[in-house]
Ligand binder design. Structure first.
Ligand SMILES: Nc1ncnc2c1ncn2[C@@H]1O[C@H](COP(=O)(O)OP(=O)(O)OP(=O)(O)O)[C@@H](O)[C@H]1O
Ligand SMILES: [Mg+2]
Length: 297
């Protein structure tokens, strides 16, 4: 079972005190690699015996890891962080149920989910600097550079960045999944009944589809944003040939010093893909010119 699925299941067994303890560890991890027992007690406000009992349960549920030496301390893992995010999304009225995974990758997992209104949505869990407990222990000596907080912090920053981009792009009329909510390392957005361009086997009008993609890249560029990771893997296409651009955490500003170069690479990836796979005759230069000025079809 994947991390978020384990989290959704664990959540049904957690009481508010358990969540309070996880929140205390989350907060403590800003300062400590292993959050000292006394610190968890202080932040959570629970007495020692209650806390010890509940930490034991969280350990058995595989949500936290206990170090005994040189001091008694705790860290949480991604599943625990997933629990906190899912809990907040449920309490906040965004989510009712988590569904199956729809895209599992190196730096993010995307799941189908349902809102209380029964609307189907996609929830993306950013997973940067994914480390195992064993790695964390091995890297303990590097504590001084605060690398220990990196996965928690980086993945939250990525989610915040993606949500910001989606809101800006959605507002500018770029075809992106409608952003719905953001909590910790998660982004909740419109569920696209579509497939990755890379998985499409046949297209009736490849040139038209390419132009639709470029038109969206142009709108984004005019609104001040370059995707920077554009490829056939980050374009979704539905059965009617509608397109969406997804996966925005690493976006950069059109005013960036290397904007031209970055834009050309984005556009080049797509134009070249269409040349190879669909024998379109638009060159990368033409595609870039189209994005910068607009061209007649
Ligand atoms: N809103 C959505 N609706 C439906 N499916 C989606 C949605 N967003 C993402 N997906 C699916 O999940 C996959 C991964 O999403 P995305 O590209 O945003 O993450 P990623 O960062 O590329 O993950 P990784 O690079 O680690 O594989 C997509 O290729 C797509 O198949
Ligand atoms: Mg992607």
């Amino acid at each position: 079972m994947s991390s978020a699925e384990r989290a959704a299941q664990a959540l049904t067994q957690l009481e508010s005190y358990d969540l309070r303890i996880l929140q205390a560890i989350e907060l403590g991890m800003m300062q400590h690699e292993y959050v000292p027992f006394e610190e968890v007690a202080r932040i959570s406000g629970l007495n020692f015996s209650e806390l010890e009992f509940r930490l034991g349960n969280l350990d058995r549920l595989d949500l936290i890891y206990r170090q005994k030496e040189p001091y008694l301390g705790y860290i949480m893992n991604y599943t625990a962080y997933d629990c906190l995010a899912l809990n907040a999304l449920v309490k906040g009225g965004t989510l009712e149920a988590l569904g199956p995974p729809v895209g599992m990758g190196k730096e993010a997992d995307v799941y189908e989910a349902m809102m209380p209104s029964k609307r189907k949505v996609a929830v993306k869990f950013h997973r940067l600097g994914r480390t195992s407990f064993r790695d964390t222990r091995r890297k303990r000596d590097y504590n001084a550079d605060r690398r220990h907080i990196s996965w928690l912090y980086q993945s939250r920053l990525a989610a915040e960045s993606e949500f910001r981009a989606l809101k800006a792009m959605h507002g500018a009329g770029v075809a992106v999944p409608e952003p719905i909510d953001q909590n910790r390392h998660t982004v909740t957005m419109e569920y696209l009944e579509a497939v990755q361009l890379s998985d499409v086997t046949e297209l009736d009008e490849p040139r038209e589809l390419l132009l639709d993609i470029l038109e969206n890249v142009r709108k984004a560029y005019e609104a001040g944003v370059i995707h920077t990771d554009l490829s056939e893997y980050n374009v979704m296409v539905n059965a009617e040939g509608r397109v969406w651009l997804i996966d925005w955490p690493q976006y950069t500003a059109s005013s960036h010093t290397n904007a031209e170069e970055i834009l050309s690479r984005d556009v080049g990836n797509v134009a070249y893909y269409f040349q190879r796979k669909y024998r379109t005759d638009m060159t990368v230069e033409e595609a870039v010119a189209y994005v910068k000025k607009g061209l007649s079809r």
